[in-house]
Design a protein around this ligand. Structure first.
Ligand code: ADP
Ligand code: MG
Length: 240
């Protein structure tokens, strides 16, 4: 069963000057539990695609299915609930709350779920341990290195045990060694879970860890994509 099916997806942004075509009719299917890279130069539509897969935004036309959820048919409130329960986001800069400790930042997404304080701290402690962050659990983001901050961001994305983890250029603001380290962490977090991971990058060194690859150029999928089925410009018809 594919986790993700995208069909003839378009996204346009109306600006005062002109209409920007960010995605121009893309279709693909990704199997559940994969590690997928979305690659392409700046402006090719990577962030737009990740935003649509995570229910941050709605498409101009086309379909986005994540498991049983048809995101293109959901209201903004339904998408918010979908995101809180099913999706973990890792951002370019880790986007941590500066006044909260590492542990408090990781715990944040859990406030939307009904858990006891004990269950919450068990989940947070387990992830901090897994990511080698136990010693800095009570430090604020400013006291952490860039790599540690990104690890906290990864822990925060995973703490709700989401079905889907989306990382938008998670190494863009890191030096290449730290970036490699963060990708190793993502890869090992993926290995132990049934979660589907999708990350975007424009770094060829980083995309090599993925088992599926969607190459975007000007909002379209390039034929050099691999692993994902039904890419290219032929719309794919899903079910009845
Ligand atoms: P990437 O992440 O690959 O750099 P984006 O998805 O951010 O690409 O952008 C794709 C295109 O859509 C670019 O031309 C960008 O300028 C445009 N775009 C993205 N977001 C907006 C927006 N909110 N309003 C207008 N244009 C946008
Ligand atoms: Mg982007």
């Amino acid at each position: 069963m594919p986790l993700i099916a995208v069909r003839d997806l378009y996204k346009q942004y109306a600006t005062p000057q002109r209409v920007v075509r960010a995605l121009s009719g893309i279709s693909f299917v990704l199997a559940e539990g994969g590690l997928c890279a979305i690659v392409g130069p700046s402006g090719s539509g990577k962030s737009t695609l990740l935003g649509l897969l995570g229910g941050l935004d709605s498409p101009t036309s086309g379909e986005v299915h994540v498991g049983p959820f048809a995101l293109h048919r959901m209201s903004p409130a339904q998408r918010t609930r979908f995101r809180a329960a099913r999706v973990g986001f890792v951002f370019q800069s880790s986007n941590l709350v500066p006044v909260l400790t590492a542990a408090e930042n990781v715990a944040l997404p859990l406030t939307l779920l009904r858990l006891s304080a004990r269950e919450r701290s068990l989940k947070v402690d387990t992830l901090l341990h897994e990511l080698g962050l136990r010693e800095v659990a009570h430090h604020r983001p400013a006291e952490l290195s860039g790599g540690q901050q990104q690890r906290v961001g990864i822990a925060r994305a995973l703490v709700t045990a989401p079905a889907l983890v989306l990382a938008d250029e998670p190494t863009a603001h890191l030096d290449s060694r730290t970036g490699r380290d963060v990708m190793d962490v993502l890869q090992s977090m993926h290995r132990g879970r049934s979660t589907t991971f999708i990350f975007s990058t424009h770094d060829p060194a980083v995309e090599s860890i993925a088992d599926e690859r969607i190459a975007l150029r000007d909002g379209m999928i390039m034929p050099t994509s691999r692993g994902c089925k039904n890419h290219g410009d032929t719309p794919q018809h899903l079910g009845p």
